[in-house]
Design a protein around this ligand. Structure first.
Ligand code: FES
Ligand code: FES
Length: 175
């Protein structure tokens, strides 16, 4: 029920529209995880310092732990659950993370992958320093940075191939 303290908002999350009633101080990460059941986005530091909660809002990376849900009214949000292929298969960036053993505990992985997609949208052929710079706000507590960088390099090479119709859908989503 809508009270004087709550707000009705509409979020489009991974292509699905949701009408929600939220408190004025409700965080986007809690709406995604607790109300929509999208637990891929992680709650790490809660203070905007680790990147574990990264999502795309209207195509731009954002930290869901410091974003109010009401501020997202009418916006399009993409979480890690939204980048799979239509047949449910993994996105090429996800496949490369697995191939390079860039996933250890996996806590940083959703945010890393969304940031990787954002980078490849802006710069399809990033250098290693450019990759490291772009993911500098995403902390991997398992310190698996070398594998993560290699995975992004491999994904970049794969997604740059003309025949790679296997899915820069994350890149398209972010446009
Ligand atoms: S949980 Fe959002 S930046 Fe750490
Ligand atoms: S794989 Fe564990 S935090 Fe990155």
């Amino acid at each position: 029920m809508l009270t004087s303290c709550t707000n009705a908002i509409i979020l489009t999350v991974n292509g699905d529209e949701h009408m929600l009633v939220v408190e004025p101080n409700e965080l986007l990460i809690n709406v995604l995880r607790n109300e929509l059941g999208l637990t891929g986005s992680k709650y790490g530091c809660g203070t905007g310092q680790c990147g574990a909660c990264t999502v795309l809002i209207d195509g731009e990376p954002a930290l869901a732990c410091v974003t109010l849900a009401v501020a997202c009214d009418g916006k399009e949000i993409v979480t890690i659950e939204g980048i799979a292929r239509p047949d449910g298969g993994l996105h090429p960036i996800q496949e490369e993370f697995l191939g390079e053993n860039a996933v250890q505990c996996g806590f940083c992985t959703p945010g890393m992958i969304l940031m990787a997609g954002d980078l490849l949208k802006r710069n399809p052929h990033p250098t290693e320093p450019e990759i490291r710079h772009h993911i500098k706000g995403n902390i991997c507590r398992c310190t698996g940075y070398n594998g993560i960088v290699r995975a992004i390099q491999h994904a970049a090479a794969r997604m740059a191939e003309p025949a790679a119709a296997d899915g820069p859908d994350l890149v398209k989503e972010a446009r």
